[in-house]
Design a protein around this ligand. Structure first.
Ligand code: SAH
Length: 399
């Protein structure tokens, strides 16, 4: 194995390519490194020592010769024993931050590079966790990682949600597997004082979208007595919290029956089922219908899946955000609110704001932006990877 530093392959940066890494950037790109025959032959995911062109060690990294990001740094220098104890140390640091941020064990525990664990996502639902290993390096460390999770959290169940499309970039296969314990269905969580259901095995992504926690609280705070339309509702994060906050009626709309079943169950659990309606529909079609029927809502939430999954989808995706903003704005009552979000990595904040603005103009609506916000703080951002702050949103009041 290559857990200890003595038997690790060495890769060498090209002249003058060490500065970014030296300054703290966690990635090395394939055109910055000497792609020698030896380097190409390194098994994907192995730990390597990265040297500068002069032969001095600059860091320890996981390596994948097939990826555009060939090396992802775990630390500086050639120092690390990368084993369960090392990973447990990183997990403890991530846990200490979350325990300071939140009073209850429901959060994203590890957000990849920003938590010193490149390529790894861990979401916590009390004593159940889901992990996603998005790089060959993390996949290779999985046995040690499971051991480390046991040492730090001793969870009842660990679900590997390794069915994300980004794994293909590292030539990893797609699978969902229970790595520890038993789990047959959704688990109850709490967010902003409201009881909800996440589905670690069959749900979207890792089972719950903790990134919207603060935005849900903010939206719910405006919903007393309001009629609410939660488009792309998934398990009802926005709709159920709005109902608990006193909304007169909240419609949770999604195209997935399974997602709406979670929302309905959460509404019952909180005793607000009389004020939460689940509606299975295509968001665009239903918005057209509602608009024509003259239905209006005091709050409309539009938090769709990523419309831009890769750079080639940028133009059609941007048009999608514009159209969604237009159709959603059209069903907002005068003086009501629109919360619009985008989780597309490839759409910058300004580009999203521009599409929302165009959408309002197309709908003939004016108003004001009350708040622009990203993901909650259990999704920290590495200072050298500002582009990893994928979530952007605007809360507007419309005239
Ligand atoms: N707003 C949610 C997260 C949305 S995830 C939350 O706060 O947790 C995206 C959701 O959109 C998924 O549940 C998916 O089933 C749904 N979806 C995707 N395309 C859709 C469409 N065309 N119409 C309605 N729902 C759609």
């Amino acid at each position: 194995m290559d857990r200890s530093s003595s038997d690790r392959p060495v890769v060498r940066l090209l002249p003058r390519q060490h500065r970014r890494v030296r300054d703290g950037h966690p990635w090395v790109y394939s055109n910055e490194i000497e792609m020698s025959v030896e380097a190409r032959a390194i098994e994907p995911g192995r730990l390597v020592i990265v040297q500068n062109a002069g032969g001095e060690p600059v860091g320890t990294a996981t390596f994948n010769p097939h990826s555009l990001v060939v090396a992802r740094l775990l630390g500086h220098g050639a120092i690390l024993d990368v084993d369960a104890a090392f990973l447990a140390g990183r997990l403890r640091r991530a846990l200490a931050l979350r325990e300071r941020l939140f009073g209850e064990p429901y959060y994203r525990l590890v957000h990849a590079e920003a938590d010193g664990l490149p390529g790894l996502i861990v979401d916590r639902f009390g004593d159940v966790v889901t992990c996603q290993t998005n790089t060959a390096g993390m996949e290779r460390l999985l046995p040690d990682l499971l051991d480390a999770l046991d040492r730090v959290l001793a969870p009842r169940a660990i679900v590997l949600r390794n069915d994300s499309s980004v794994r293909a970039l590292e030539r990893l296969d797609s699978y969902v597997r229970i790595a520890k314990g038993e789990l047959s269905g959704p688990v109850e969580i709490r967010e902003n004082g409201v009881r909800l259901f996440a589905d670690p095995i069959g749900g979207q992504k890792t089972g719950w979208f903790y990134d919207q926690r603060d935005n849900r609280a903010c939206v719910a705070g405006l919903c007393r007595g309001a009629s609410v339309l939660d488009l792309y509702a998934y398990a009802g994060g926005f709709a159920v919290q709005a109902a608990v906050a006193g909304a007169a009626k909240a419609v949770a709309l999604d195209r997935s029956e399974a997602a709406l079943a979670l929302a309905a169950e959460a509404a019952r659990l909180n005793g607000v089922e009389a004020r939460v309606e689940t509606r299975r529909a295509n968001a665009f079609e239903e918005l057209e219908r509602l608009g024509q029927a003259g239905e209006r809502f005091d709050m409309v939430v539009a938090d769709p899946p990523a419309f831009v999954k890769s750079r080639k989808d940028l133009q059609p995706g941007l048009r999608g955000y514009r159209k969604l903003a237009r159709l959603a704005a059209a069903v907002v009552a005068p003086g009501g609110f629109l919360f619009a979000a985008s989780c597309s990595h490839n759409v910058p904040v300004e580009a999203f704001a521009e599409q929302v603005r165009h959408g309002l103009t197309d709908a003939g609506r004016g108003g004001r932006i009350l708040r622009g916000a990203g993901a909650a703080p259990d999704h920290p951002v590495h200072p050298f990877l500002p582009e990893s702050a994928y979530l952007k949103s605007q809360l507007l009041q419309l005239d």
